[in-house]
Each structure stands twice: as C-alpha cells, then as structure tokens.
Design a protein around this ligand. Structure first.
Ligand code: RNT
Ligand code: ZN
Length: 418
C-alpha cells in the first residue's frame, strides 16, 4: 500500500470513530457544482476593449501573462480547470461577448446568445455542468455619473434596462443548452461618493428597472439574483443596491439573493446570513471572495470564515440550495495559481465541513451541553483532514501540487504574452 493510501485508511478510521464517513463526504463533495468566474483570468477587463475597470471595483498588480483575447482566456481556463477537482460551472460576464465582425457595432443593449455560443461549445468540450451569466453594469461609457439602472436620466436607465433584458434572454439559451437553469446575477455599482440628498429616488428607479427587466424572465431556465453591496471605491457614502434593498426586492419578486462575503461591514459574517436566508428562500447564491480591510477580492484561502460558510451550507443540508460561485481577482500573482488556489480552498472548506459530526454537535447545542460542545468543536480541528483531501485529489487524478505544472505553463505560454 502506498504511503498516501495507508494514511487515508488510517484517517478513515479516525474519522469513523469521530462520527464521520469519509467515503460519503468525498462522494457528496464531487457532486457539488462550483461556478468558477472567468474574470480572474484577465483582471475583469473583458473583450469589448475596456481600457480600465470602473464601477467601484479594482484589480491591483501587473503580473505578466494576462489573457487578452478569447482564445487566450479559454486556453487559460482549460488549464486552470484541469487542476480544479469537482464539478464546475463557468461564470461569464456580458463583457466577455465574442463579437467577431460585430465588434464596435453591437452594444450591450443588443447582445444576443450568438456572441456566447462559442462559450457554450467550449464549456461542453470541457464537460462543465453549465454556464452562469452576469449583465455587466460597469466599465462602459453609457454609465452616467456612475449610475446605470438607477439613473435619473431616462435614456441611460433605458439602455441599461435593455442590457438587463438581453442578459436574461442570453441566460435562457445558456440554460437550455445545458439542460440546467442559468443563474443570472444582477449587480449594479450605482452609488454616490458623498452624502446623498436623495436616498430613495435611486432605489425606486432601480426597483422599477429590475421589474422591467424581469418581464422577459424565463422561469424554467433562469434563476435571477440580486447582489447587494455596502460601498465601493468612489461610492463610499451610498450604494443604491444595499443589503436591505436587495433582500426585500428578492423576497417580494420571488427571485434570489446573492451574498458576496466582501460586501458587508467588516464585522458582519456571511456565514450567519446563510441560515437566515435559508429560513425563507429555497435558494441562496454566493460569491466567495476574501476581503482584506475592504472589498479587495483577494484570492480565497482556507480561513475561518470560509470554513464557517461551508459548515452552514453542509449542516443545513443546503448543498443543493446554495449556489456557490467564486469572485476574486488578483493581478499581482500568477493568475492561474490564484484561480486554482481559490477553487481548491472552497473545495477544502466543503470537505472539512462534510467531515464534521454535525448532527452530534447540533444535538449538544439543543441539550444545552455547552461544555461538551466547546470541547468537541475544538477536538475536531485536529482530525487528519489533509489525508482525506489528498485521497479526494487522487481520485480526481490530481495531487496537491498544482504550482509546478502552472509554473511550467507560465514559462511556455503566458510569458509570450508580455
Ligand atoms: C463587485 C461584485 C461583482 C463583481 C463581478 C465582476 O463588487 O462583487 O460581483 O465582482 O461581477
Ligand atoms: Zn461579487
């Protein structure tokens, strides 16, 4: 028996004694789709010729090798995804339209599924579970004074409403193409740098715009969501799509909330919001990121809050209810290593949560045996998790070293792009 196998067999026994089934945990994890964002590969720039990222978000760093064309981005996605275990979906933004001869002619209010068909073919070739979609309400000259669907300027608002409608139409085709609904996440950066004189007007307009957009919602193939945010760069004082706005909008319209764990005040925890929403909603969408002092979108790593998010999903039997997506963008390190690191961190957190004796721990809480609960919660932390993780990777044909392969890829391919 190889050393790895022996370590796994021993871990399996130790976990069984602690009340966890490693085989069941690995099998469950392999079925959980994670929607991997395309935008880690090119610093969120897309293919429309946007020179800069706007809308209160920012990618920092200038590591060489950024994918600048659809071909390069697909090549990088294929490589990075080959090192990510588990089921994957691809998360696209409208700004990644492959316009071909229509470049410079078709604007976002006229995008159709045609511009995304190459992505469908690509995702099918990679055996992905599906594609999710996002209207791009930023990095575009038709944003007026930083506003899109909440703009008081009617032609501006209308343009963005049309973009939202096109996005839902494209998503319906994406859903049909894979035979599974497509998640469409509405995030608009609309907000103000300084103290507003009218906080309600923009919100009323945003709700009206979303209502207009939803008139083309295909309920069979599309799951719409709204993503809230507390502030952005240049919109420090007020964001239209606040948490209360989005949650109430979603609840009253029968759509979904998307929680991005970088979008709240620093002491708020998304792990605590998940069960609150699951009490009322069938589905909850997530953007997993790592905020460092602000919504910095650092590469996701295996830290406490990520583990807690995974535990809330697992112990509430919500693996089929929480749609897990990734949202980070770091341009200061090898972008593929960043991509794989974040996806694997989420997989690790889920496996970690699946290996906890969740029922026993919950029973201790109900019995108010807080002494034993404290003891148990600490004890499980040193179970041989790494041995199960390596076994999970081995069964996916992978090892824990993705660095060596990506460093070679960087030498061969990315460096030519300088
Ligand atoms: C911005 C939001 C949003 C974007 C992506 C690119 O703060 O998190 O989800 O990051 O849509
Ligand atoms: Zn997000």
């Amino acid at each position: 028996m190889s050393m790895r196998k022996a370590r796994y067999e021993s871990a399996k026994e130790i976990y069984a004694r602690a009340g966890a089934d490693t085989e069941a945990a690995m099998a469950a994890l392999a079925e959980v789709p994670v929607s991997v964002h395309c935008w880690q590969g090119d610093d969120v720039l897309g293919f429309e010729g946007a020179g800069a990222l706007t809308g209160g978000i920012q990618t920092t760093g200038n590591y060489p090798g950024r994918a600048a064309t659809p071909g390069q981005l697909m090549e990088d996605i294929e490589k990075a995804f080959s090192l990510m275990p588990g089921k994957k979906r691809l998360n696209l933004h409208a700004s990644y339209a492959i316009l071909g001869g229509d470049a410079g002619k078709a604007d976002r209010d006229a995008y159709t599924y045609r511009y995304f068909e190459p992505w469908t073919a690509f995702a099918k070739r990679l055996g992905l579970d599906g594609i999710d979609f996002n209207p791009t309400f930023f990095a575009h000259p038709k944003m007026k004074n930083g506003l899109t669907i909440s703009s008081p300027d009617e032609p501006t608002r209308k343009f963005w409403v049309e973009h939202g409608k096109r996005s839902l139409e494209i998503a319906a085709e994406l859903g049909k193409a894979f035979g599974k609904p497509c998640l469409v996440n509405f995030w608009a950066p609309d907000g103000l740098k300084d103290v507003p004189a009218d906080r309600m007007g923009p919100r009323v307009r945003m709700a009206q715009s979303l209502d207009e957009i939803l008139t083309v919602w295909d309920r069979k193939w599309v799951i719409p969501a709204v993503e809230s945010k507390v502030f952005g760069i240049g919109v420090e004082s007020y964001t239209v799509g606040s948490s209360e706005f989005c949650q109430n909008y979603a609840a009253t319209r029968g759509i979904c909330c998307l929680l991005d764990n970088g979008h709240y005040h620093p002491t708020e925890a998304v792990s605590d919001k998940i069960p609150s929403l699951l009490t009322f909603y069938d589905k909850v969408a997530l953007h997993v990121t790592r905020p460092v002092r602000w919504d910095s979108d650092h590469v996701v790593t295996l830290e406490d809050e990520l583990k807690e998010i995974a535990r809330e999903i697992v112990r509430n039997d919500a693996l089929g209810k929480v749609m897990i997506g990734l949202d980070y963008f770091d341009a200061s390190v090898n972008r593929l290593v960043a991509w794989v690191t974040g996806q694997r961190s989420v997989q690790k957190a889920l496996l970690y949560a699946l290996l906890l004796p969740n029922k026993e721990l919950a029973a201790l809480q109900d019995e108010a045996d807080f002494t034993k609960l404290l003891f148990m919660q600490e004890r499980v932390k040193t179970l041989p998790f790494g041995d199960v993780w390596e076994e999970y990777l081995a069964r996916a044909g992978m090892t824990d070293d993705y660095y060596t392969e990506l460093a070679e890829y960087e030498k061969k391919i990315s460096e030519d792009r300088r």
